[in-house]
Design a protein around this ligand. Structure first.
Ligand SMILES: [Fe+2]
Ligand SMILES: [Fe+2]
Length: 352
């Protein structure tokens, strides 16, 4: 898909004014609308990072699919992990409406040029981790993503509506699993507490660096891409989660956690920002494992991509180049098809 023109036309002031007015009126910017290049680039970066997080996030829980303790637990976990795949696909599609190419985005992820959420670089050591991820990680995702349903970019905002409905199921299945374990044996309760101890702080880091160290936030908020600051969302998550922890009967690993009677909000201890920086820049416990696995999935399934792309070309009456091979050729085929027919071809990743 060719990117929209990089250069503004002569009447760019009028276009900018129209864009600003659209955002100010809380209307949506759509793919064919003019938009500032910074807005487009910021959105591609954010949506790609979000998509990568959904796809990489399948790994820590996917590790438990074969070991889930009953058919019921297996069915719930399988549905949840498949939902995450779907979230990744909606988001890659949203990025494509901005002129990005999903195969290129995947390459950037694998080469370390784009990031994904630091939380997925921690290991799932016991089955209680599955419950805690649903409760805390999907719970944090809900806090982050509900405001994105009002994002100024139409395709992103609309994708988020369905994503949030599914995240709500993810959070509830996690909490229900933990409730079941807490009503079980001492060993099960200890397992839940241990998982909470390990995931609590990384969950708070999911909201990103503190506002004082988040240089791009102000512009994203002015553009209506982001609706609340990192610290505001983090506080909302803590306020929502502490009563849930009490009801569950677990202790959150923060001795400084206390209710401020004046504000009605919870105060919490200092976050180890060095840990976040270390994990984001590749030094977490599972960074190498996650990317190695993603690379293997791309390479081992290249034949599926090739077959699906050839089939899509055939269906639209186009002849796939017989001597071509490799992903760059595949991308070319898909691009030509979309440009000429005006219809997006069956995406290779939808078949993988
Ligand atoms: Fe998700
Ligand atoms: Fe989820």
């Amino acid at each position: 898909m060719s990117a929209p023109p990089l250069e503004r036309p002569a009447d760019d002031t009028a276009l900018q004014a129209h864009f600003d007015a659209t955002v100010a009126a809380e209307h949506r910017i759509e793919p064919r609308d003019w938009m500032p290049e910074g807005y487009r680039k910021t959105l591609i970066r954010q949506i790609a990072q979000h998509a990568h997080s959904e796809i990489i996030g399948m790994q820590p829980e996917g590790d438990w699919l074969l070991a889930a303790p009953s058919l019921r637990r297996k069915a719930i976990l399988l549905a949840k992990v498949q939902d995450e795949a779907g979230h990744g696909l909606y988001l890659y599609s949203a990025a494509e409406t901005l002129g990005a190419d999903r195969a290129d985005l995947t390459d950037k992820l694998i080469e370390g040029r784009q990031k994904y959420s630091s939380i997925f670089n921690y290991p799932t050591l016991t089955y209680a981790d599955v419950g805690v991820i649903g409760w805390l990680v999907d719970g944090a995702a809900i806090c982050n993503q509900v405001p994105l349903c009002r994002s100024s970019y139409g395709p992103y905002a609309r994708a988020m509506i369905r994503v949030c409905k599914e995240e709500s199921f993810h959070q509830r299945q996690g909490y229900e699993l933990l409730m079941t374990m807490m009503r079980g044996t001492d060993a099960q309760r200890a397992m839940v507490q241990d998982a909470v101890d390990r995931w609590w702080w990384p969950s708070l880091m999911m909201f990103g660096p503190p506002d004082t160290d988040s240089p791009n936030s102000a512009q994203s908020m002015a553009w209506g891409i982001k609706r609340h600051s990192n610290d505001e969302l983090r506080q909302r998550f803590v306020d929502m989660t502490v009563p849930q922890a009490e009801f569950l009967g677990v202790t959150l690993p923060d001795p400084e956690l206390s209710l401020d009677p004046e504000t009605g909000r919870y105060r919490f201890g200092a976050i180890d920002w060095d840990e976040l920086k270390r994990v984001i820049s590749g030094g977490g416990p599972c960074n190498v494992e996650r990317i190695t696995r993603r690379r293997a999935a791309r390479d081992d399934n290249a034949w599926v991509t090739e077959a699906a792309t050839a089939y899509a070309a055939k269906r639209t009456g186009e002849r796939a180049s017989p001597q071509a091979g490799g992903t760059s050729r595949l991308r070319g085929t898909a691009t030509e098809e979309r440009n000429e027919s005006g219809v997006e071809p069956s995406s290779p990743e939808k078949h993988s």
